[in-house]
Design a protein around this ligand. Structure first.
Ligand SMILES: C[S@@+](CC[C@H](N)C(=O)[O-])C[C@H]1O[C@@H](n2cnc3c(N)ncnc32)[C@H](O)[C@@H]1O
Length: 409
């Protein structure tokens, strides 16, 4: 990214497009819109989390959520004799606080480390976690990079991959364009150009032919997905390619000597993701608790996020010698780790079962578990190394690993 001074993020993006001879890949745009130092959505001064922000994530919906995640973490730490947890992209630190609360409630020592890309969010996490137990704070550390010499413990990526930039490709159907020869270019990469010169003009999408390397990868994806869903992809079908998420998975799996990488996010297996009915892709904006699709509007002030291709994540981990130890829906993981027991125990301490606080806790549980809300769309994936035959509590029932299509897509 260039180091020029610019008044605003749109100016900086326009300048960057100009510098790159008039075209910039969508992944580079998404990276700037979310993470440009001081100006990007996650690196600006404002917190996007909670009622005052743009969206809420699971830990803010129910305090029982973090306890469930903690139960899974503790099972693995106990099995391998480690205290180490490493969370990536901890947002406002709420999930870390709940996990540490649970560990304290059962007297389980935990050495909690966080790698956070945004300097502003790192401060927010430090404020929240400092305000908790001083004893916990002593066990907390923020790291700049992956620990050297191998990590033994549990790594946690909670709604991290959905915030990683994707490349965008467009499929052009040869038959629908009779003026083109059938074997002419079918794959285009979607990027951005300046609609009216680099200063003053707006941003607009611009497609350019994908090179042979990308065309071959995309053809392979199409062939593999069509083994499950034979219908041809429609003209204009948009493919989100999670290059950064795959590179990140490769490097953290490489660093995990023994333990668990727990990936939690919204998404699907590849053959459910790249479907004709999802031909517009899954990229979304969020601002003030409203979802939208205008990806180029007001960069830096709205969230951009994408669903996760869990088949691709699992495949990269397997290539790094990891095991797939489970893949299930959020509802299933929470039932398996005892959310109903945890919630019943905390409700028993509530003097008035119909108080607004008690009712709001019930509504929170309903949101986390309901198929129509987060229960089905959000998934938990367990990738492990050196856990032998440990039966992970969160995945004991309802495991859907077989649906990932790892032999095909
Ligand atoms: C959608 S938020 C999720 C926050 C939190 N995990 C939660 O579930 O509430 C994404 C978080 O990941 C951080 N992030 C994105 N890419 C990262 C990376 N490569 N390494 C560390 N943190 C990253 C962002 O700054 C932000 O804190």
């Amino acid at each position: 990214m260039s180091m020029i001074s610019a008044d605003s993020l749109p100016d900086l993006i326009r300048h960057e497009i100009h510098k790159r001879s008039g075209w910039m890949g969508f992944d580079q745009y998404m990276d700037m819109a979310l993470y440009a130092p001081g100006l990007g959505y996650y690196s600006g001064p404002r917190s996007p989390f909670g009622a005052e922000g743009d969206f809420v994530t699971a830990a803010a919906i129910s305090p029982s959520y973090g306890a469930c995640v903690a139960r899974q973490i503790v099972q693995v730490l106990d099995a391998i004799g480690s205290d180490d947890v490493l969370e990536f992209g901890a947002g406002d630190g709420r999930l870390a606080a709940q996990i540490l609360d649970y560990a304290r409630s059962i007297n389980r020592p935990m050495h909690y480390q966080i790698i956070e890309l945004s300097a502003g969010l790192r401060l927010l996490q430090q404020e929240r976690l400092k305000a908790g137990s001083a004893e916990d704070f002593g066990q907390l550390r923020w790291l700049e990079r992956l620990p050297e010499g191998g990590f033994r413990g549990v790594m946690l990526a909670h709604e991290l991959l959905d915030a990683m930039p994707v490349r965008l490709f467009v499929y052009r159907h040869p038959d629908r364009h009779t003026h083109r020869h059938p074997d002419q270019q079918q794959w285009y990469e979607r990027g951005l150009s300046n609609s009216a010169g680099h200063d003053g003009g707006g941003l607009c999408f611009a497609d350019r032919p994908a090179d042979a390397h990308w065309s071959a990868k995309l053809e392979a994806l199409k062939r593999a997905c069509q083994q499950t869903w034979p219908e041809d992809w429609p003209d204009g079908m948009l493919i989100e390619w999670h290059e950064q998420a795959q590179a990140w998975t490769r490097s953290v799996c490489d660093a995990l000597e023994q333990g668990l990488l727990l990936v939690v996010d919204y998404g699907f297996p590849a053959h459910e993701y790249y479907l004709p009915r999802r031909q517009q892709g899954t990229l979304m904006t969020h601002q003030a608790h409203r979802a939208g699709t205008d990806l180029l509007a007001n960069p830096g002030t709205q969230d951009l996020s994408v669903h996760v291709d869990f088949t691709a994540v699992a495949r990269v981990a397997l290539e790094q010698g990891m095991q797939l130890s489970g893949y299930c829906t959020q509802a299933r993981f929470l039932f398996n780790t005892g959310i109903l027991d945890i919630a019943t125990a905390s409700a028993a301490q509530e003097p008035h079962r119909t108080s607004p606080a008690a009712l709001s806790r019930l509504a929170g549980l309903q949101k986390l578990l309901s198929e129509a809300e987060m229960g089905e769309l959000f998934k938990f994936m367990a990738l492990s190394r050196g856990l032998d035959s440990l039966d992970l509590i969160g995945f004991q029932q309802g495991d859907r690993s077989g649906r990932l299509g790892l032999d095909a897509c």
